[in-house]
Structures are given as structure tokens and as C-alpha cells.
Design a protein around this ligand. Sequence first.
Ligand SMILES: Cc1cc2nc3c(=O)[nH]c(=O)nc-3n(C[C@H](O)[C@H](O)[C@H](O)COP(=O)(O)OP(=O)(O)OC[C@H]3O[C@@H](n4cnc5c(N)ncnc54)[C@H](O)[C@@H]3O)c2cc1C
Length: 435
Amino acid sequence: MNGPQPVSQIASLWRDTAKTAPNFSRLSNDKTVDVAIIGGGYTGLTAAHRLAERDVQSIVVDANPIGWGASGRNGGVVSAKFRLSFPSIAQAHGMPVATAMHRLCHEAVDEVDALIQSYGLESARFTRCGNLRCAHTAKALKGISEEAEWMRREMGDDSLRCLSAGEVAEETGSHAFKGGVLGLGVGTLHPLDYVRGLAEGLNQRHGELVFERTPATSIRRLNDGVHITTPGGEIKARQVILATNAYSDITPVSATIKARLVPFRSSIIATHPLPEALQNYLLIKDRSYGETRRMMRWFRKVDGRIVFGGRGAFGKRDSQAAFDSLQSAMVSLFPALADIGIAYRWSGHVGMTLDALPHVGRFDDRVCYAAGYNGAGVAMSTLLGRLAADYAMGESPDVALLAAERLKAVPLYPLREVGIRLVAGYYQFLDAIGR
Ligand SMILES: Cc1cc2nc3c(=O)[nH]c(=O)nc-3n(C[C@H](O)[C@H](O)[C@H](O)COP(=O)(O)OP(=O)(O)OC[C@H]3O[C@@H](n4cnc5c(N)ncnc54)[C@H](O)[C@@H]3O)c2cc1C
């Protein structure tokens, strides 16, 4: 087995395989627009797209190169789910709310599809290949099978199919699972090409409005709007959208979001290309796959490599221990990968919220936001960016439990890291004993 690489050699598969490498300018003069968007990931860019559709002038500034944040680092799994199950939402809030939440999830995936078609982003390689949830215990299988049946009966959602242990083993090449539930209609994409393609498409279609390496360092409120300071120029706008999500600690402008999110590090490894025999045996349907564990791990095959990710590392820096533990988890599911080396390892921050849901709306009369995707934000940030733009236009779309006022500040904020460790340790313990 090839030994683990030192953490200093971290590189992302997406960076090496991206087909797009567009250039974006730094902002170098003053601008006056209707809406200023801070953060150039999926949230910020889809907000800009929506505003442009409505002939509203906007500008997007990102402190880093476009794709530097979670939007360029994620697993590319395009899912239609929240961390809360729909039966649990129905039980706590009633069927109309659960139905509205279900609609938002599916609208989010359709929004990705529509945007990719609209901008002709073939490089994003979006495909509706489906997602297979693999049960790690018999109890978990019972839980997800009952949930699939509930979705069919109560919501008329017939996109879910229950698979036996044998069917899951045949498709995945792993004998570790007791069965699974296949979700159709959802998919995968190349995350970095998606974010870069969107940014490039916006500039080409609407004139230069996306600027990178341009941190917003302060916001001043004025009677007729806000002034945003960046190193290269001042932006005057009527409204601001904060689209900084789990990277809201770069400057104080997004302190309101920072206080409401718990950033959690999510790590990914990618193997060297598999020999042909293994390629024909592992993940043969090329879907995305996830486990039912609380500390969920997911995997997919990209260009003949296994890409394997999960949460479970803490702190601001990459952790060799997290990469090693992903590799051991991967080999325990797929023993045939024991001799395949790891070519890429990288990580990023996901933004967790206290109620495990993302939120969108207004902080006050000038500032809107969308954030808190809890690690499932490729599709949802694409939708909530659009809805944040609608809020900035003075509208109040129906977002059910995603309403802004439900996003609560994290109590005892300085202790959040200790809290994460305790909760994650407890979850790992429950996973280990199969509860
Ligand atoms: C490792 C990893 C794997 C993931 N896998 C999946 C997955 O497979 N499927 C899924 O659905 N979700 C996944 N996610 C989550 C998903 O990537 C995010 O929810 C989504 O990308 C959030 O997009 P965003 O635009 O809100 O934030 P980001 O893409 O993080 O963008 C925020 C941007 O704000 C900028 N910024 C911050 N402060 C300032 C400032 N003061 N001035 C200017 N710019 C600023 C940052 O530079 C950053 O680029 C994953 C996340 C990670 C980290």
C-alpha cells in the first residue's frame, strides 16, 4: 500500500481536472449598483444571475479566486435533501410544511439543471445519475426503507427504490451494506467547473460584474443605502447580499453570519485511477453513494478514481489524521482498494446551523443573506442564492422552515469547537455500536 502523503502535498482533484480556467479582475475603481453581493460561490453567483434576469444591476466580489471556497472544493453531489428527514419535519410542523420543504429540495436540483443548460456549462458534467443511500446496519435499512415508503404514500414521491443487500453489493462492489435506497433524479457534477463556468457566463452575458481577490472589508450604512469598502474601490449599493457562508470569518463584514454558523471541516480523498478490472467492479453505475451513519461518508467514481469524503475533522487546518481515517474507512468498505494509492486529499468548511437547516432572507432593511447548508449545499445554495436576490428586491418568497428569523445565533460561541468535538465523538460512538 502506498503510504499517506504529508498534509503539505494537499491538492484537489477538481483543480487538476477543471476544463475552465477563466480570469477575473480585481475591482480597481468605484462602482454604484443596485445590489452588492459579497462572496462569489454558488450562492453569490446565482443571486447575481437572478438579479440580471430581472434587469437589476449587481456586482459580486470575492476575497479569493473564484472557486476558492466550498463551491470549488465540494464532492459535487447534487442532492435533494435536508439533514432533517421529511417524516420528522411532518411530525414536528405538519404536512403542508413538509410538502413545501420537499418542493424546495426538488426545485433546487431543477435550478442547477436549468442554469447549466442556460449557460451551456458542459464542462460542469452535470448528470442525473441518482444517489444510493447504503445502510450500514439492519436497523438503518429498516429506517430508510420505511422513510421511502412514507415518501411514496404521503408525498407521492416515487423517485425512491429499495434495493436488497445483494443488489447494493452488485452495484457498489462492497459487501458491507445491508441494503439501500436509490434516489432518482438527483446527480453529480464537477464543482469547480460549475462555479467557474457560472462566473464566466455572468461576465460574458451581462458585462463584467464578478470580481475576485477583492475582499469587502467594511460596510457603512447611509440614508440611501450602503458603502462597501474594498482595497481597489468603494461600492455604493441600495442592498447587500452576504454570500460568505462557512467562510464568514475572513473580514468583519459577515460577522452576523459567523455568529450563527458552526464551521465544520469536511475532507475528501481521491485515489489514483483504478485498474480496469476494478473499474468494472466498483460503483459500476457511476452514481453518488452515501452511508447511513450519523458521521456520514460518501463516495463516487470520477474519471476512474474513487473519490471518498466525510466529516469528522476539527479545527482550522487540514488534518493528516482525518485523511488517514477516510482512507481506512474506504478500505474497510472496499478491501480491493488497499493497494491503490491516494493521489489527492483536500478539505473545506461546511456551515452547520443549530436547527440543521439552511436559511435565507433579511437581517435588516439593507442586508439579505443565504447560508447554513449543513454540507448539502450544491443544489440548495443554487436555489437560495436566487431567493436571496428576490428578498433583495423587496419580495418575501415562501421558504417554509428556511425563513431567516429561524436562524439563531450559536450560544457560547467561543466554546463551539469543544461542543463540536463532544457531539461528533458521541455520534462516532453511536455509529460504532450500530445505534
Ligand atoms: C469538502 C466539502 C465537500 C462538500 N460536498 C458537498 C456535496 O457533495 N454536495 C453538496 O450538496 N454540498 C457539499 N458541500 C457543501 C457545498 O459545497 C456548500 O454548501 C456550497 O458550496 C456553499 O456555497 P456558498 O456560495 O454559499 O459558499 P462558498 O462557496 O464557500 O463561497 C463563499 C465565498 O465567500 C468569500 N468571502 C468570504 N468573506 C468575504 C469577504 N469579506 N469579501 C469577499 N468575499 C468573501 C470566500 O472567499 C468564498 O469564496 C461540501 C462542502 C465542502 C467544504
